[in-house]
Design a protein around this ligand. Structure first.
Ligand code: FAD
Length: 405
């Protein structure tokens, strides 16, 4: 069985982690990535302490931690009064609470390079670049994926790790677009010396106001400063010039703290990302094809857990494929049963936080602030335990147990 190739469409964080987890158990894996090179856009990413144990399964935990900054705190500040709203202490006691696993912030390029290098160490992983998949065919005992340039690639099964705009999702779950929030993000990295003075530069910070937020944190041994500015705009679906983007940002952040305006002035406005997600939905697989990561359950960034969920999916899906004795569709059903509630809770709570927590002004913000400022660090940790204590990785026999109900 293991000499039959497993095809993975998409070489993002989810696809590469799945390739590593399968290859470790001896499966032949082929990853088809549409981009000319396996890589990531060059901004930061936060990884909660639920991610490091998953990275340990694929042998890259220490390397990723070494490439990361471990912040002492994750703050939220009110963008109008400039005062802290809440703080997740991410110190040594935090790491102890979560099994010795720290909170990490890492450059996406560094994370990707670690995953690609790890894949290259496995002779049973093939990485195909410039391979945009446009369709797949299910032939009952095998699948064939078809690329834009006419290649036909055969495998035992296909895993759709092709992101929020997944092509495979259309075939498996029916065609639909992501749900747009009307918000967009601009992202920038500058040398840390250019960061505005007086900010907690060692920490992750979110400044929230009505209709906008800014997140910043250090990267690469604290030599770089990552800024993400997110705001609501009628023009979220339009491509405009830099001057028009600048005018929108100046209007949006006019009432915010001076330090936020300093960060806005530093943004690279060449590119912006419309922010969307998916509603939780069942039916992640059909026959010999299954979806994972953003393709199955894309979420808003409120918990900074989209990639975290993709990494967890990778380990769980590989464990179930390894356990299914050739009954792949049983493994896929077990995968959805194992992962649906956790990922749906992330999606639903992220929407709630987006609308009713991060982006408030006026009395609503005052009510939020009063409640949050009264909470202890322990209470804040307790609220996050369900995410940070991590995912269940199924043991041998799990597929059969799920099949019996
Ligand atoms: C502004 C912003 C900030 C975020 N911050 C965080 C954070 O701090 N922490 C966190 O955990 N998450 C964060 N996320 C979410 C995170 O980026 C995603 O959840 C994560 O990248 C999903 O991984 P994935 O592998 O499922 O999909 P993707 O990363 O989207 O990878 C999909 C891959 O598939 C390829 N592909 C797509 N279609 C095809 C095709 N037809 N054929 C071949 N290849 C294809 C793509 O090129 C890509 O390489 C953030 C997202 C945004 C927008």
């Amino acid at each position: 069985m293991r000499d039959r190739t497993i095809l993975i469409v998409g070489g993002g964080i989810g696809g590469l982690c799945t390739a590593l987890a399968l290859a470790k158990s001896g499966w032949q894996v082929r990853v088809l990535e549409q981009a000319p090179q396996f890589g990531a856009i060059g901004y930061g990413i936060q990884l909660g302490p639920n991610v490091a144990p998953m990275l340990a399964h694929i042998g890259v935990r220490e390397e990723v931690i070494a490439a990361s900054v471990i912040p002492g705190n994750v703050w939220m500040f009110d963008a109008f009064d400039g005062q802290p709203v809440t703080c997740v202490k991410t110190d040594a006691a935090f790491a102890r609470r979560y099994g010795g696993n720290p909170y990490l912030v890492v450059h996406r390029v560094d994370l990707h390079n670690i995953l690609v290098a790890a894949c290259k160490r496995f002779a049973n992983i093939n990485l195909d670049e410039d391979a945009a998949v446009i369709a797949y065919e299910d032939h009952d005992d095998h699948v064939v994926v078809v690329t834009q340039d006419g290649r036909r690639v055969e495998g035992a099964i296909v895993i759709g790790a092709d992101g929020i705009r997944s092509r495979l999702r259309n075939d498996i779950m029916g065609a639909s677009d992501p749900v747009q929030t009307g918000y967009v993000a601009h992202r920038t990295i500058v040398p840390i010396e250019k960061a505005p003075k007086g900010l907690p530069l060692d920490d992750v910070v979110l400044w929230g106001g009505e209709g906008f937020h800014i997140v910043h944190y250090p990267l690469r041994d604290k030599t770089m400063f990552n800024i993400v500015a997110v705001f609501e705009t009628q023009t979220f679906a339009e491509k405009m010039d830099v001057e028009a983007y600048r005018a929108e940002l100046d209007r949006t952040y006019a009432q915010s703290q001076p330090v936020m305006k300093e960060m806005i002035a530093m943004l690279d406005l060449e590119r912006r990302w419309p922010i969307g997600d998916r509603a939780p939905q069942r039916g992640w697989s059909k026959g010999r094809a299954v979806l994972m990561g953003d393709a199955a359950h894309a979420t808003l960034q409120s918990y900074a857990q989209g990639a975290g969920m993709a990494v967890e999916d990778a380990i769980v899906l590989a464990a179930l494929i390894d356990d299914c004795d050739g009954d792949f569709s049983a493994a896929f059903r077990a995968f959805e049963a194992e992962r649906l509630v956790r990922t749906a809770r992330i999606q639903l709570e992220s929407r709630h936080l987006w609308e009713h927590y991060y982006h408030l002004g006026g009395i609503k913000a005052e009510v939020r602030n009063a409640g949050e400022r009264a909470r202890s660090h322990e209470e804040v940790w307790q609220c996050l335990d369900w995410i940070y204590k991590g995912a269940h990785v199924p043991e041998k026999g799990a597929v059969a147990r799920y099949a019996r109900g």
